[in-house]
Design a protein around this ligand. Structure first.
Ligand code: NAD
Ligand code: UPG
Length: 457
């Protein structure tokens, strides 16, 4: 199948590589010339396990372009995967989606009839707006052409992008056209039927006997809402366990045991019940705000989503209050931050909890040192004016520090020689924001340990 995709980010690049490696002829357009140049040179511009290998397989079928000048209007399918970031007021910024839709209308060749798929996460009703934007441009060119649009939300997780794309739980297609449905079913057939053969080194392996993905066709608006509702629900699960964690801490229960205990009930399930200093990322923060605002616009009070966001905010404030409790005034106190990315196995810092914590600590006059195995460059580029010491050798973050905050649960943080490192510290305070560490050896090494809802007294 001949496909054009627009937006070479975490979703666009991964999906383009998947479709190309399954034998489709894919052109990936991104207006970021640097990114396209890197891709042409064989570089992978983001950190995503398995993606480099997948791109090598995909390369013969994958073309990278940075302008509409090279658009092939004989394409059968156009897939939009541009960013839909959050505006200051929590709404979704659809500037890129609108621009792309208008470009499609301007470049469409008379007589061809590609289908336009919206994979970006967009507010309910946007897919129909995309159709209108395209048609408005066509009208200006006096082209009377019916446009097919469909919604195909993406559910991949960063760090597991390739795995999730190959082994999704479901493929959701919002369309009112059987023609579109047939074409997309053909496109997804190797994944739906699990008939592809790709041997890639992925961070996790598909368990045996895992059911095949479910093909789920809905109304366009339902598909759009499924995406937001899924993210809001997952974020709600985490906020729920974080709230219970606060109670657990006060009553002397252990949240990891509580989470496991409730999760064993199959109606609840164990996933997304890891207590921590809050959820972040390029999706949960913007998507929960977006659904809240969509509700507001329609006069629906989304109290659970609002509480989900509020609890998350409190989790971040908890860290600062614990530090103040332990150290008093934070002015000139040296604080080491372990982990900057919003979760392990990604270089993405969008919506990372580290950002707000560091910002607050700088405001309070603390001296900040940070370490992350792969996200330091992104952080430095995004916050060039922040006075932060970027530490290359992880051990050095402990030297003369008054406290360490573990923000991201990178695997290597679990096995550091904390006993030795404690000796280098001014005050031995550790805030384990992800409940990653074994408590007993830390206490033995003289640390004052704070976890999230863990029984450590
Ligand atoms: N990142 C995820 O894990 C994830 C998962 C599911 C869904 N989504 C959704 O998918 C969409 C893309 O997310 P992402 O994380 O891949 O974003 P991203 O920021 O990594 O990538 C977006 C890309 O689009 C390009 N772009 C923006 N405007 C453009 C334009 N007018 N023309 C051409 N290129 C343009 C940017 O240069 C960038 O490379 C968003 O709507 C997001 O909510 C993301
Ligand atoms: O039990 C948990 C699980 C996650 N998190 C945090 O939640 C955030 C999001 O984690 P995750 O869902 O793994 O990352 P994303 O890559 O942002 O993926 C989410 O957002 C994507 C973009 O919409 C969706 O496609 C995915 O299905 C959805 O899981 C991170 O800060 C995690 O630290 C917890 O605190 N506890």
């Amino acid at each position: 199948m001949r496909i054009t995709m627009i937006g070479a980010g975490y979703v666009g690049l991964t999906t383009a590589a998947i479709f190309a490696s399954l034998g489709n002829d894919v052109t990936l357009l991104d207006y970021n010339k640097d990114k396209i140049e890197k891709l042409k040179q064989g570089e992978v511009p983001i950190f995503e396990e398995g993606l480099g290998e997948l791109l090598e397989v995909a390369r013969p079928n994958l073309t990278f372009i940075s302008s509409w000048g090279s658009f092939n209007s004989k394409t059968e399918l156009i897939i939009i995967t541009v960013g839909t970031p959050m505006k200051e007021n929590g709404d979704v910024d659809l500037t890129s989606v609108e621009k792309v839709a208008k470009s499609i209308g301007q470049k469409w060749s008379n007589g061809s009839q590609p289908i336009v798929i919206i994979k970006s996460t967009v507010p309910v009703g946007t897919t129909y707006r995309v159709k209108e934007w395209i048609e408005e441009e066509l009208k200006k060119r006096e082209i009377n052409q019916e446009i097919y649009v469909a919604s195909n939300p993406e559910f991949l997780r960063e760090g597991l992008a390739v795995y999730d794309s190959l082994y999704p739980d479901r493929i959701v297609i919002g369309t009112d056209s059987s023609h579109v449905q047939d074409l997309l079913k053909r496109l997804y057939s190797p994944i739906l039927n699990q008939t592809f053969s790709l041997s890639l080194k992925l961070p996790i392996q598909r368990p045996d006997h895992q059911p095949k993905p479910v093909w789920f066709v809905t109304e366009i608006k339902s598909a759009e809402l499924i995406k937001y509702a899924a993210n809001a629900f997952l974020a709600m699960k985490i906020s729920f366990i974080n709230e219970i964690a606060r109670l657990a801490e006060k009553v002397g229960a252990d949240i990891t045991e509580v989470a496991e205990g409730i999760g064993l009930d199959q109606r609840i399930g164990t996933s997304y019940l890891k207590a921590g200093i809050g959820w972040g990322g390029g999706c949960f923060p913007k998507d929960t705000s977006a659904i809240l605002n969509q509700g507001k616009e329609k006069g629906i009070e989304m109290s659970l989503v609002k509480a989900t966001i509020d609890v998350n905010q409190k989790q971040k404030e908890w860290v600062i209050s614990k530090l103040k409790e332990a150290l008093g005034n934070l002015k000139n106190k040296e604080i080491g931050i372990l982990g900057l990315s919003f979760k392990p196995n990604t270089d993405d810092i969008r919506g990372a909890i580290s950002i707000e914590i560091i910002e607050k600590l700088l405001e309070l006059g603390a001296a900040i040192k940070v370490y992350d195995p792969i996200a330091m460059d992104n952080f430095r580029k995004t916050y060039p004016k922040w006075k932060i010491k970027y530490i290359k050798k992880i051990e050095e973050i402990f030297e003369h520090s008054h406290a360490i905050i573990l923000v991201t649960e990178w695997k290597q943080f679990k096995t550091l020689p904390y006993g030795e490192l404690a000796k280098k510290m001014e005050d031995k305070i550790i805030i384990d924001g992800r409940n990653l560490l074994d408590i007993a050896p830390l206490i033995e090494a003289g640390f004052q340990y704070f976890g999230i809802g863990r029984n450590y007294s």
